[in-house]
Design a binder for this molecule. Structure first.
Ligand code: SF4
Length: 285
């Protein structure tokens, strides 16, 4: 069996043959498969997701922090806040994932189990694929997110719970050496990130604690603690919270009950839980 670590170099070397004037041996059967998969992806993308209406724990969200899921379960705002531009981004993300799997097959690696439904302790989901017998989640990413995979920093910054998702699929399949095949949408660069075992959560134990915690009236403990901003006592939300839809509800007791205070810095908004010294930028009211 070919190695997962060789997928990206093998794809590159294959494509560089094309640059040297050698035609790529792509069969009509392969092209038909990609087109059929793309058609399915477009149809799935074009249908409203039932998930927006009914909260369920599933493989795709099991890796998210418990407290975020607790708020999500109680979220009565069923209208999705996904804007038009983001919907377009989702569409080409799905299509590019099909292109990436085509490149994997063309480079001679085995792709199986595409969109296979799996289940662990009643939590279900659909994996992207297995490559050479290992679960591989295919992602398309901006340069910033891509570098997180390429440099092996996902375990330190995984707000969407990708490691939990991978751990769930692997538990269901009885495998343990899978990873993430990621395409940098800006440069065309690919990387294969194979996380260490220790970076992946024990998914059965996570499910066992999460499900009862979601039914309790008080939310689970904070997913991330506020961090210092400077040395004068100001405290702000870390990145994982800044992106969270529930930050204002979750931190309603910040600033002695005033809630989060938001200031406009040149790099974007910063959410303060404690302001000792007023920031020298405009407050976002
Ligand atoms: S704001 Fe932070 S702590 Fe609160 S739910 Fe969101 S991620 Fe978790």
């Amino acid at each position: 069996m070919k190695k997962l670590e060789n997928v990206v170099p093998d794809i590159y070397s294959h494509l560089e043959d094309l640059s040297r004037g050698t035609a790529l041996p792509i069969s009509e059967e392969e092209i038909d498969k990609v087109v059929a998969n793309m058609k399915e992806s477009i149809m799935a993308w074009a249908s409203p997701s039932k998930r927006n209406r009914n909260f369920t724990v599933r493989m795709s969200n099991i890796g998210k922090p418990d407290r975020q899921l607790w708020f999500e379960k109680r979220d009565t705002d069923t209208a999705s806040d996904i804007d038009g531009a983001t919907q377009i981004k989702f569409l080409y993300g799905h299509l590019l994932e099909e292109v990436v799997l085509m490149l994997v097959r063309m480079a001679g690696h085995e792709v199986t189990d595409e969109q296979k439904e799996v289940s662990v302790d009643g939590i279900t989901g659909h994996m992207d694929s297995k490559i050479n017998g290992e679960v591989v989640d295919v992602k398309t990413a901006s340069r910033f997110a891509f570098n997180k995979f390429k440099e092996g920093r996902l375990a330190q910054d995984d707000p969407f719970g990708y490691l939990g998702q991978l751990a769930g699929y692997e538990k269901a399949e009885g495998t343990s050496n899978g990873g993430f095949l990621v395409l940098n949408k800006e440069s065309g660069e690919l990387c294969m990130h194979i996380p260490e075992d220790l970076d992946k959560p024990n998914i059965e134990s996570k499910i066992g604690k999460l499900i009862p915690a979601l039914d309790i009236d008080t939310p689970p403990e904070l997913c991330y603690s506020p961090i210092e901003d400077g040395k004068k006592g100001n405290m702000k939300l870390p990145k994982g919270c800044s992106w969270c839809k529930y930050k204002h509800q979750c931190h309603s007791d910040a600033n002695d009950g005033q809630g989060l205070r938001v200031f406009k810095y040149s790099k974007g908004l910063t959410y303060f839980t404690k302001v000792v010294v007023e920031p020298k930028v405009e407050e976002f009211l």
